[in-house]
Design a protein around this ligand. Structure first.
Ligand SMILES: Cc1cc2nc3c(=O)[nH]c(=O)nc-3n(C[C@H](O)[C@H](O)[C@H](O)COP(=O)(O)OP(=O)(O)OC[C@H]3O[C@@H](n4cnc5c(N)ncnc54)[C@H](O)[C@@H]3O)c2cc1C
Length: 305
């Protein structure tokens, strides 16, 4: 892992850094990655992406909530979001974090909150993706996903991270559920005892996961901006006769927009993850860590004023 990536992810925890970035960051650069600070400002962005042939998901940014009442407010906000998506006729589903719904307080609380939202999403014909967070949450997140599926919810998906050693086993255990899985490389700072420190190993693991998931019965969301992996997925699916309805590509709002549209033109489904909300700080820091050149982009905006 690059030293700069570790440095940015570690600095993300500093309150002083947070105050500084929160004060100036939206104008300086967060707007590139975040659709707005309110749902009202996100809706036109989502609509414009849909008009370009892109599917979207959205997230009310936030994580690590430690107060039960606050998790209820998050549930209410997501219910409103799902209703708004239906009313506006958007092709947008929801991606959320279980620590936003109380996973750091109590697993049962997060389970109840997410079950309510998955149920509400079903009632408006929508779908909920449960993001994957730091490694300490992987067991509980996968348990919650499994319980949702076993209690009959079909409109819910999970995420697996190729940087973790454990993930190939996790995938093998999930495949009998015909899961809807998003595959990512992984965005957090993880120790070398549990995660591949070198990019080439993370990429090689991604290929193995991709092939195993596409060969299973479920749906695979290939969430990467890595063109080599994207082209590998396309040829693997073509050679095995895997229908394009069994997978889609997913990328982040503000990253590789031209590639997103090229894939649409080639006939593939592409979903753009387009979050919003005032709590964009940690999300922005992860985007900077993925590509330290983004720090320069931010600094250039600072100099230009
Ligand atoms: C839709 C979606 C959902 C995600 N959900 C999760 C999740 O639930 N849990 C989780 O841990 N991680 C998640 N991630 C993040 C993921 O783990 C990676 O950190 C991120 O996607 C960067 O890795 P990459 O696969 O694009 O490959 P990389 O090898 O990192 O990047 C490939 C190329 O893409 C471009 N690129 C990548 N990132 C950026 C960026 N930030 N800014 C500008 N260019 C960039 C660069 O050109 C780079 O050379 C998600 C990513 C996507 C796209």
């Amino acid at each position: 892992m690059s030293a700069l990536r570790s440095l940015i992810l570690a600095a993300a925890d500093s309150p002083r850094m947070q105050r500084f970035v929160q004060k100036y960051g939206f104008k300086l650069g967060a707007a590139r990655f975040v659709a707005g600070e309110t749902l009202d400002s996100a809706v036109p962005v989502l609509r414009r992406l849909n008009e370009q042939g892109l599917l979207t998901n959205t997230t009310l940014l936030g994580e690590g909530v430690r107060d039960e009442a606050e998790t209820r407010a998050v549930v209410a906000a997501y219910r409103e979001l799902l209703d708004r998506v239906q009313a506006e006729g958007l092709r947008t589903n929801v991606a959320l974090k279980l620590t936003h719904l109380g996973l750091s307080i109590d697993e049962e609380l997060a389970q109840r909150n997410v079950a309510e939202l998955v149920g509400h999403a079903a009632s408006v014909g929508n779908f909920v993706r449960i993001d994957m967070e730091e490694s300490r949450h992987v067991d509980s997140t996968l348990r919650i996903y499994r319980r949702l599926r076993e209690s009959g919810h079909a409109n819910v998906g999970a995420v697996l991270q190729s940087y973790l050693f454990r993930t190939e086993t996790d995938l093998a255990e999930l495949l009998p559920l015909a899961p809807n899985l998003r595959l990512v490389k992984g965005a957090y700072l993880e120790p070398p005892e549990i995660a591949y420190p070198h990019k080439r190993d993370v990429d090689a693991a991604y290929v193995r996961l991709l092939e195993a998931s596409l060969s299973g019965e479920g749906f695979t969301a290939i969430a990467t901006h890595d063109e080599t992996l994207i082209e590998h997925a396309i040829s693997f699916a073509r050679d095995r006769g895997i229908s394009t309805e069994r997978f889609q590509f997913q990328m982040l709002y503000g990253v590789r927009s031209r590639l997103q549209l090229d894939l649409v033109r080639r006939g593939f489904a592409v979903l753009v993850a387009t979050p919003y909300g005032p709590e964009w700080y940690r999300y922005l820091m992860r985007r900077l860590a993925e590509r330290p050149a983004n720090v320069l982009f931010l600094l250039r905006n600072l100099v230009r004023g």
